[in-house]
Design a protein around this ligand. Structure first.
Ligand code: DHB
Ligand code: MG
Length: 225
């Protein structure tokens, strides 16, 4: 795993913002605790980013959400909470053990009926979702293996519609986007994705840099044209 390096003051500010504004509830704390207990890496989005995802889902009026990269379901819970009563979310997870932890976390949060977690390589699951007619998705969050970022963006174009919101996590990666040698495994996939978001005629995008407990990173926010 690539080492992210938060500065103590960034983390302190994030804790203050989490406590004063974001207020994660026991179901979200449970998701973090069960992930740690299962030995999973603490690479979920920060609480303030999770709340941003929830608000974006609500603001987009999304009813059909796709997540690529479930982990323990922390971001899944945030986004599912932004759905209307008849909304649904499909999340793709490579590892069965992670999907099991996420399933329990989502169920504990009372969101079970809204959330489907599919296990396996996401590129296979995405093809299945297309074949099953589950598209179009209104909101797509990409937070999985960085090598496949541009493949996932390709799928977002196929499974989305004009106006679909696409959020891509880890868009700055401690600045490795301008020095791929810092992380030859992951940085090229992130750079490819940024090139696609900036150059493809069907994406209109921006990227926000962030600092906090997850180090120096950022997210891309795009709209399908
Ligand atoms: C890693 C992956 C992530 O999606 C993230 O937000 C932070 C770190 C990782 O693989 O190291
Ligand atoms: Mg991420």
């Amino acid at each position: 795993m690539f080492e992210h390096k938060p500065r103590p003051e960034w983390t302190a500010a994030e804790v203050f913002l989490t406590d004063s504004v974001v207020h994660p509830d026991p179901a979200l704390h449970r998701a973090l605790r069960t992930a740690a207990d299962a030995g999973m890496p603490a690479i979920e989005v920060a609480p303030n980013a999770g709340k941003l995802l929830q608000l974006l889902v609500q603001m987009a009026g999304a009813r059909n959400v796709l997540e690529i990269g479930t982990l323990a379901g922390f971001s899944t819970i945030w986004m599912a909470r932004g759905l209307p009563a008849d909304g649904s979310l499909v999340s793709c997870e490579f590892l069965p053990a992670h999907a099991q932890v996420a399933r329990e976390n989502v169920d504990s949060a009372g969101l079970g009926p809204k959330v489907e977690i599919r296990v396996g390589p996401a590129l296979e699951t995405l093809a299945e979702l297309a074949a099953e007619g589950r598209a179009p998705f209104d909101f797509i969050f990409i937070d999985a293996d960085k090598q496949n970022n541009s493949n996932y963006l390709d799928w977002a174009l196929r499974l989305g519609r004009p106006g679909t919101t696409v959020v891509l996590d880890n868009a700055v990666w401690e600045g490795a986007i301008t020095d791929a040698g810092m992380d030859p495994v992951n940085a090229p996939g992130i750079i490819d994705a940024l090139t696609m978001l900036g150059g493809h005629p069907r994406f209109d995008a921006t990227v926000i840099q962030t600092v906090g407990s997850k180090g120096w990173d950022g997210f891309a926010l795009a709209r399908i044209i």
